[in-house]
Design a protein around this ligand. Structure first.
Ligand code: X5A
Ligand code: ZN
Length: 676
């Protein structure tokens, strides 16, 4: 079993800096690496990683993404005088050279390739490389934006060439557009490049026309370049998650990468002097978690930007801690995307509609031309704020945010309740179903379940389920798994218990046909989402959602596409906005969901409620037991294979619910309200 997280860092990469005055470059300092690494050490994270040494890249590796002329030119920089370096620098935009930068740039590539090798040979599952100089702006024959060589672009070429990787997903969450990466793969359908970036209708650096949403790739690569322009500053956690749910993840699942590379720039976090965004460092835990379900967990994060040292260090820690498998913190302040973000989302979805089955039903764009040609909106609208370009560098205004509390890691990861005849699950703590329930609890159970004649044994199992619940609430265990005699009864029972113990919001996700008595609880204490193959009546509550997917032969790939469409476009946005304290996930026999899709669902939901997921399976479903347990224990989830088009009936069913619910649950929105 592949496990472990690689961390690649070498102090040598701190040994170059800006040697003259250049306001555009002064933020790119050696401390960016030292504070990040120090924070990882102080939080005990560096020590938990597999330490992989850096190496120098070879000429051949550099030439995977750069021209010979450019390489030869950069090779001369270590021997240049200060004046020569300044002159050499001047031919490029927003970058500086130093006698030692060529050496560091080779180490930055080498670090990235060491990470890719470690992950693709199975030495570790995932990892992060802390490097300087960054890479995503550098081009075939040009340095740019603090970047000398394109670390991640080289890594993608390298993975394809040396590891038989067929499809690479590059997620660029840096606040700048990695135009260098875009150029490198523009006509290549084997590399899907996704980037969101501060754009402001082409007013923000690098001010390129081709950074807009209508640059979708060229020739065979059409559809494999996804740009999400931010036309306002101040984007928040909700804006980032909305783009993941409604753009990146559906396309990424359809694409089915063998490897995920992240251009992990943290200038997209709050406090950054370049980005001016408002997403908090803990959002990177969620972005990371959501990507870890792809490509069998093979994820390599490579540092790009990030210039507020406090925000940077916190964000790096959030990313690495998530790669290590610790539960993500509860996402904060999810209030839904702003209008400007929705406009961008709507435009991107419409632009990619011709290329991706998952977007076939996407809404028309709000306007016909790309956002550059539109008149600019009034400043100060939404949660964007006005910027004064001239004075900006003088007054570095203070932004404050609350540091995410250190994460709760319960002493036990997974506890299971199993009938005596079932073989114990490796790695799970067994909870004896024989624990004597208190008489009053037994009585409550009996009263609640009077119609179904339940024997004493079943009652004890139900009681154990409640014990699992309690243990999660007390953080004694992270998650739980129970094999119960009858899933709908067990759900009712757990829900009843949750309703009476006043503490937490509970998200119930039930995959199955049966009606479940969900007791009318105080509105909002529970969010019940059912995915079934059977039509249900009209729904009115925002806390009770049922989506009916088409019945087709089991393991039909079209079914999987429909199921994932419901999970990514409906369930996850609902779940994140609801922000439960506990997640109850259950399936009944013959629910029609294949093991791989079930494992994906189990894995994705663990990003909520600090990983407190209780899974209920019905006796007789032993086949699903091991896979579920593996997912709860954090084993990598297998890929689903490239997804085809979801059945139109499924898309319609999901859309109907989205339409009904999007006024109450703003993370479900995919279109802007107003056209200006
Ligand atoms: C890697 C990165 C930013 C360059 C900004 C130049 N570069 N104004 O974040
Ligand atoms: Zn950047």
């Amino acid at each position: 079993m592949k496990s472990g997280t690689a961390l690649i860092y070498d102090e040598e990469m701190t040994k170059y800096k800006l040697l003259w005055v250049d306001p555009a470059c002064k933020i790119e300092v050696p401390e960016r690496l030292t504070v990040s690494y120090k924070a990882l050490e102080e939080n005990g994270l560096a020590q938990r990683c597999v330490n992989v040494p850096v190496r120098q890249a070879t000429d051949a590796e550099i030439l995977l993404a750069h021209s010979e002329e450019y390489l030869e030119a950069v090779k001369k920089t270590p021997h240049m005088t200060l004046e020569e370096l300044m002159t050499f620098t001047q031919q490029y935009g927003d970058v500086y050279f130093h006698p030692n930068i060529y050496h560091c740039a080779k180490l930055a590539i080498g670090a990235t390739l060491q990470l890719v090798d470690s992950v693709l040979t199975g030495k570790v599952r995932n990892g992060m490389a802390l490097v300087r100089p960054p890479g995503h702006h550098s081009q075939r024959s040009a340095a740019n934006g603090f970047c000398v060589f394109n670390n991640v672009a080289i890594a993608a070429h390298y993975a394809k060439k040396h590891h038989n990787v067929k499809r690479v997903l590059i997620v660029d969450w840096d606040v700048h557009h990695g135009q260098g990466v875009q150029y490198s793969f523009e006509d290549d359908p084997s590399v899907l490049y996704f980037s969101w970036h501060r754009y402001e209708h082409q007013d923000f650096w690098p001010k390129l026309r081709e950074s807009d949403y209508d640059s979708v790739g060229k020739g065979k690569g059409a559809g494999f370049n996804i740009n999400v322009p931010w036309n306002k500053v101040g984007m928040e956690n909700s804006d980032y998650l909305s783009v993941f749910f409604h753009v990146l993840l559906p396309v990424a699942y359809e694409f089915c990468p063998d490897l995920v590379l992240v251009c992990a720039g943290f200038d997209s976090a709050i406090g950054d002097p370049e980005g001016h965004m408002c997403a908090t460092p803990d959002i990177f835990a969620h972005l990371t978690h959501l990507l870890m379900s792809l490509a069998g967990g093979r994820l390599c994060a490579v540092l790009e930007g990030g210039y507020n040292l406090t925000s940077l260090a916190q964000s790096v820690c959030q990313t690495v801690q998530t790669l290590l498998g610790d539960p993500a913190p509860q996402p904060s302040e999810l209030i839904g995307p702003c209008e400007s973000a929705l406009e961008s989302i709507q435009c991107v979805r419409a632009a990619h509609k011709p290329y991706w089955d998952c977007l076939k039903h996407a809404e028309a764009p709000p306007i016909s031309e790309p956002s550059t040609k539109r008149c600019k909106q009034t400043e100060g609208e939404g949660h964007g704020k006005a910027e004064d370009g001239e004075k900006e560098e003088e007054k570095e205004e203070m932004v404050v945010w609350q540091e995410s509390p250190s994460r709760l890691v319960p002493p036990s990861r997974t506890a299971a309740v199993l009938p005596a005849e079932v073989k114990p699950l490796e790695g799970c703590d067994l909870l004896e179903p024989s624990l004597a329930p208190a008489a009053d609890i037994l009585q409550t159970l009996r009263n609640n379940l009077l119609e179904k004649s339940v024997d004493e044994g079943s009652l004890k199992t139900l009681y154990s389920v409640i014990t699992l619940f309690e243990k999660m609430k007390k953080n004694e265990i992270r998650n739980g798994l129970a094999l119960v005699p009858h899933v709908p009864v067990a759900i009712s029972c757990a829900v009843k218990h949750a309703a009476e113990s006043l503490t937490n919001r509970v998200l119930v996700v039930f995959v199955g046909e049966e009606d479940v008595t969900t007791y009318s609880t105080e509105e909002g204490k529970m969010l019940f989402v059912q995915i079934s193959r059977r039509q249900s009546g009209e729904q009115k509550s925002q806390y009770k959602v049922s989506v009916c997917l088409k019945k087709s032969p089991p393991e039909d790939q079209r079914d999987v596409a429909g199921f994932m469409h419901a999970v990514l476009g409906l369930l996850l946005p609902l779940a994140y906005e609801y922000d439960p304290g506990l997640v109850l996930l259950a399936r009944s026999p013959g629910c029609g969901v294949g093991e791989a899709a079930w494992a994906q669902l189990t894995s994705l939901l663990q990003g909520l409620a600090q990983g407190h997921t209780l899974v209920l399976l019905q006796v007789g479903e032993e086949k699903a037991l091991r896979g579920t347990a593996a997912s709860l224990q954090g084993d990598p989830v297998p890929s689903l294979g490239p997804l085809g088009a979801p059945p139109p009936e499924d898309v319609e069913a999901v859309e109907r619910q989205r339409q009904r619910l999007q006024t109450s649950w703003k993370l479900l929105q995919t279109t802007a309200i107003s056209e200006k």
